[in-house]
Design a protein around this ligand. Structure first.
Ligand code: CAO
Length: 508
């Protein structure tokens, strides 16, 4: 009924909104005329204009999100109309993990990503956690695919001249240096904006403005300061960090969204803007359900936490909840056949209320369907430990994959603990391009994670990471237009080569 009512009212609202937009556009048109401006906002394409279509480039610039200035829908087959971010040029001044994750994603989406690296050693991760002697590490190769690499010493005057030329050329500058480092180089937001008012300058920092804004931050610091660690682990144990890189890669993801949003806004405003993602904020955003629970504590115990069923009182802050479900459906991690020798022989089992009857039948407890102590979710809450122990007696008779198959046959939500070995070998992940094998000239074949975001009209082709400075000459001549004579001068200036006192061997 409610939907029906809403549907009836909707057209009236739409008409009013449409009128307002038309009125606003008409006023804008009149104002533009009065000011003698040639940029007139068109309400509808004029007939005369229809005869002589505007050049493609201009139409693309006017796209404003309401569809009125978009080109006609492409008739190209799906996946053959270019990539989502084709034409977007990224000056990638990132290092380690958070920034590179962001720019790699943008590159997967089709952006031309030019990675600036310090001559000699480049991104520090090239040499960190090395598994193949003399080759770039997996740490680097898995975070820098689909990019081009140019070496530039930002502290060399000629190097800064090249950098400034790149700022003028690019749509986005991304950096994640320690607080103040990019300013010390001379690339303050004011300077960057002055050089190229259309550029978007995006940064990852550990903390936003406040008492800690000057601090350097790595992954686990962000997990701790963003509220994730205090709510992870077991009640009896210390806070725990998680293996998922929610501080680095998580913040990189947030930054990527900020960048594409800023690019979209630029279509209307014509100007770039500053985008900042603090790792603490990114982690907190991912841990927001725990801030939810913090506020619920004021109104009583958190009944879905197993600590409630165990009769253990809650303190002032959200406790660590072990493997409890973060939602309203009680769940736990249960042993499966082979757990004695295989550390990953476990299944995550959710006792979703609508399939309680099916669970009871499966585990051989049909009487629980009607027993008042077990029949309803509130009645089960104080007995969760016993319930999961009983379910575990059943899961221990099956492998995690058998449990998965049987339970999913009854719509019971369960999930196997997959080891990284199993994931690396999982053919369905290869088929979707989520796990990709690429070839590298110095290290050979390696696995990487492809684009986890699938676009139906923008397929992703994962390419290997670049060697240090592999594209230096190409970018200087073909992108920035330096002549052969200028290139020769750059080569002797020290702008793209390591200073003599710091040979490459020192960084390896
Ligand atoms: N040419 C010349 N100098 C260069 C250069 C280049 N191409 N690229 C970088 N540098 C210089 C910087 O200018 C800076 O010099 P100064 O400190 O003298 O001004 C210096 O290299 C080091 O930069 P940094 O302080 O960012 O690097 P670090 O290794 O000391 O710190 C990190 C690393 C990650 C802690 C810090 O960059 C940081 O806090 N970043 C923000 C948060 C972040 O992204 N953390 C996630 C990292 S992934 O776990």
């Amino acid at each position: 009924m409610a939907t029906k009512k809403k549907a009836k009212k909707a057209p009236a609202k739409k008409t009013t909104a449409k009128k307002a937009v038309v009125k606003k556009a008409a006023a804008k048109k009149a104002a533009a005329k009065k000011n003698g401006s040639k940029k007139v906002v068109k309400l509808r394409p004029a007939k005369a204009a229809a005869k002589k279509p505007a050049p493609k480039k201009a139409a693309a610039k006017k796209a404003n999100g309401n569809g009125s200035a978009l080109p006609a829908p492409s008739k190209a087959p799906w996946g053959q109309a270019g990539k989502a971010l084709d034409g977007v040029k990224i000056l990638d001044f990132t290092h380690v993990q958070s920034g590179p994750t962001c720019t790699q994603l943008l590159a997967y989406m089709g952006a031309d990503c030019i990675k600036i690296e310090r001559p000699g050693g480049g991104d520090i991760t090239r040499g960190q956690l090395r598994d193949v002697k003399g080759a770039d590490s997996l740490y680097f190769t898995m975070l820098n695919g689909n990019k081009r690499s140019i070496t530039i010493d930002s502290k060399n005057p000629k190097g800064m001249e090249i950098l400034e030329r790149l700022v003028k050329h690019c749509d986005v500058l991304v950096e994640n240096f320690a607080p103040g480092a990019i300013d010390r180089m001379g690339l303050t937001w004011e300077r960057v904006h002055q050089l190229n008012p259309r550029i978007i300058m995006a940064s990852v920092k550990g903390f936003g403005p406040g008492p800690y804004e000057e601090c350097k931050v790595y992954e686990n610091i962000a997990q701790c300061a963003g509220g994730a660690a205090s709510t992870t682990g077991f009640r009896e144990g210390p806070p725990l960090v998680t293996g998922a890189q929610i501080g680095d890669s998580g913040t990189g993801l947030h930054l990527a969204l900020g960048i594409v949003s800023a690019l979209y806004q630029r279509n209307r405003t014509g100007r770039g803007q500053r985008v900042l993602c603090a790792m603490q904020d990114g982690v907190l955003n991912l841990a927001r359900v725990k801030l939810r629970d913090q506020q619920r504590l004021a109104h009583g115990p958190l009944t879905e936490y197993s600590q409630y069923g165990e009769g253990i009182p809650f303190g002032k802050a959200v406790p660590r909840a072990g493997n409890d479900s973060g939602g309203g459906q009680p769940a736990w991690l249960l042993k499966c056949k082979g757990w004695e020798t295989d550390p990953d022989s476990y299944i995550y089992f959710i006792t979703q209320a609508p399939v309680w009857a099916e669970i009871c039948d499966l585990i051989g407890k049909p009487e629980w369907k009607t027993d008042p102590d077990y029949a309803t979710p509130p009645a089960r809450l104080p007995r969760l430990r016993h319930i999961f122990d009983t379910i575990e007696q059943w899961t221990m008779t099956k492998t995690k994959f058998e449990v998965m198959d049987i339970c999913n046959g009854f719509d019971i939500p369960v999930g196997p603990i997959l080891s990284m070995k199993e994931i690396a070998e999982e053919q369905s992940l290869r088929a979707t391009g989520t796990v990709v094998e690429v070839d590298h000239p110095t290290r050979g074949k390696y696995l990487t994670v492809g684009n986890p975001i699938k676009l139906s009209d923008s397929p992703c082709e994962v390419k290997r990471s670049p060697l240090l400075g592999e594209h230096t000459e190409e970018i200087l001549t073909k992108v920035l237009g330096y002549s052969d004579a200028e290139l020769a001068e750059i080569k002797t200036s020290g702008a793209i080569t390591p200073p003599p006192e710091k040979p490459r061997a020192a960084a390896a």
